[in-house]
Structure formats: C-alpha cells, structure tokens
Design a protein around this ligand. Structure first.
Ligand code: MHF
Ligand SMILES: O=c1ccn([C@H]2C[C@H](O)[C@@H](COP(=O)(O)O)O2)c(=O)[nH]1
Length: 283
C-alpha cells in the first residue's frame, strides 16, 4: 500500500503535464515505476485509503484468461469495466471491424489465446505456459502477451498491462508483469490486484509455490480531473493493514478457470478501508 501512495505522491510532486489526444484531457505523468507484491507471504496489495472494488478486478482478469471479446460476457462474470470502451469511444463506434453493441474486438485474452501465426492458424499462449509450468519447465520465455500491433485497429483499446512473464526457480513461481500506460487513481487499483491474483492462481493450478510478483509501469499518470481528489482527499488519509485474498482450493486446472469458477470462489478477509472515492473515468 505504501508503494502505491509513494507513486501517487511522486506524480503529484514531480509529474509533467502531457496532452492526451484520445480523451482530450491532460495527464500529470511520470515515467517508470516498479512495484513488488509478496504473494509468498500473502500480503494482498489492495488499496485501503479508499474502498477498492477488487471483485471487478478479478472478474476482468478471469475474462482475459477466458479470451473474452465482449462487454456483455465481462458483465456476466461481474465487471462493467469494458462497457464504456466497447460502446462509447467514437473511433471504435465508427470502426468497420466492430461487430455491434458490446463488441470489444481483438483485446487482451482474445488475442493471447488465439495469437495469430503468419502462416495461418493461431497459438494458445496460456495453454502452453500452464502445460510447461505444470511439468516443471521454464523455457525462459513463458510469456503471456496481449501485445500484437497487427490487430490494434481491430479492437477498442490497446492492452495496457500487456505482458505477464512467468519464471520457475525450483518449485517457486515468479511473475514479471509489464504495463505501458497506467491510470493510477482508477486502473492501478485493479492492476495491482490482477498481478497478485495472476501469480497466486497460476501457482495453484500448476502445483507450484507462489514467490514474488514484479510489476513494471512505464507511463504512470493522473488525469487532470482526478488530481484534486487524489492530492486533497486520498493522499491525506492513513493506510490501514493489508487484507488477505482467499481462493477456493478446489480450483486446480485451467479448465476450472475456463468453466465453473465465479467470483464466489474468492473472498477478501479483514479488509479495512476508508470511504469510497468516485474518480472520473476517461474514455
Ligand atoms: N481511462 C481508463 N482508465 C482505466 O483504468 C481503464 C480504461 N480507461 N479502459 C480500460 C480499462 C477499464 N478499467 C476500469 C474501468 C472502470 C473502472 C471504475 O470505474 N472503477 C470504479 C468503480 C468500480 C466498480 O464499481 O466496480 C472504482 O472506484 O474503482 C476501473 C477500471 C481499467 N481500464
Ligand atoms: O488495465 C488497465 C487498462 C487501462 N488503463 C488506462 C491507462 C490509460 O489511462 C487508459 C488507456 O489509454 P491509452 O491511450 O491506450 O494509453 O487506460 C489502466 O490503467 N489499466
């Protein structure tokens, strides 16, 4: 939690104003931040200086694991986070690749679970990684990547957290996640939960111990209409002790995640937090 608040404070103190064309807003921006989550000791990086909607974050990652490309599917598993990008971005609404209401096109898991090959066909990156890790193999390239510039014009948004690289040392699993662009008041609340959760659940389904997750952020920003709430409200609050994430131990395979798992299979224990803050969202 401290590392999150330190990054917020650093943006407020040292950030540089950058114009953003798509949203028409300015962002106070810093370049490069490195966050670490100790999944081994179970210190869940949930923001406590406001209420964080962690279930939405897990639902979003579950949707990426399943390869979803439709905001209605994301809503069904418990998150509305793709509604605005699927249905309110004028460029995407005018894009001939959009298949209709709620279509997100080629985003995240839709790309990575069907990664197109130049000679036709596709590769399921996650299936390969789960199989390797389950067999104790780390080929030094166990990379679940959503980044495919060839399909950027066929989706409503380029991936932000675009790469998850898993590594094994003995029977301990590590994760390095990379994010190119980060809305620190809104998106990062979710992204920290997702990086922690991804390592915890991958360790569980591959039969490994979870180690540390390392989260690299390149462009970290606060939109101009979020700054006052961050500087004058959230940063004035004292952080509270970290809660714990509980995952149903019956989840044992990738197929379990793809088929029967719901948000009822996850719980957060001892979540103490300050009041919710409603930050403006930019499409
Ligand atoms: N500008 C922007 N920021 C983002 O963080 C973001 C995007 N766009 N587009 C794609 C996804 C969608 N994400 C989102 C979308 C909405 C919330 C949001 O409204 N969060 C509220 C309420 C959450 C809830 O009720 O479930 C929050 O207070 O955290 C957060 C992340 C993260 N990503
Ligand atoms: O997981 C996510 C997804 C998105 N974001 C934020 C980062 C930016 O503010 C926007 C995306 O805009 P780009 O112009 O494509 O960079 O969404 C996030 O923080 N986390």
């Amino acid at each position: 939690m401290r590392q999150y608040l330190d990054l917020c404070q650093r943006i407020v103190d040292d950030g540089v104003w950058v114009d953003n064309k798509r949203t028409g807003k300015r962002c106070l921006t810093v370049i490069n931040a490195d966050l670490t989550y100790d999944v081994a000791t179970g210190e869940f990086p949930l923001v406590t200086t406001r209420k964080s909607f962690w279930k939405s974050a897990i639902a979003e990652l579950l949707g990426y694991i399943r390869g979803y490309d439709n905001a209605a599917d994301f809503r069904k598993i418990g998150t509305k986070t793709w509604d605005a990008n699927a249905n309110e971005n004028p460029d995407w609404l005018a894009n001939p690749h959009r298949k209709g209401t709620d279509d997100c096109g080629f985003i995240y898991g839709k790309v990575a679970r069907n990664f197109p090959k130049p000679d036709g066909g596709s590769v399921d990156l996650l299936r390969q990684i789960v199989d390797d890790l389950s067999n104790g193999i780390d080929n030094r390239g166990e990379i679940f990547t959503f980044y495919h510039p060839g399909v950027f014009d066929m989706g409503c948004l380029r991936p932000c957290m675009y790469s998850h690289h898993f590594s094994l040392l003995g029977d301990t699993l590590y994760l390095n996640s990379t994010q190119r662009s980060c809305d620190v008041p809104l998106g990062l609340n979710f992204n920290m939960v997702q990086v922690y959760f991804f390592l915890a659940i991958m360790a569980q389904i591959t039969g490994k111990k979870a180690g540390q997750a390392y989260h690299k952020i390149v462009n970290a920003h606060i939109y101009e209409d979020q700054l006052e709430l961050m500087r004058d409200v959230q940063l004035k609050r004292e952080p509270l002790p970290a809660p714990r994430l509980i995952i149903n131990p019956k989840i044992k395979t990738l197929e379990d995640l793809e088929t029967w798992v719901t948000l009822d299979d996850f719980a957060v224990e001892d979540y103490q937090h300050h009041d919710a803050i409603k930050y403006p969202f930019s499409v």
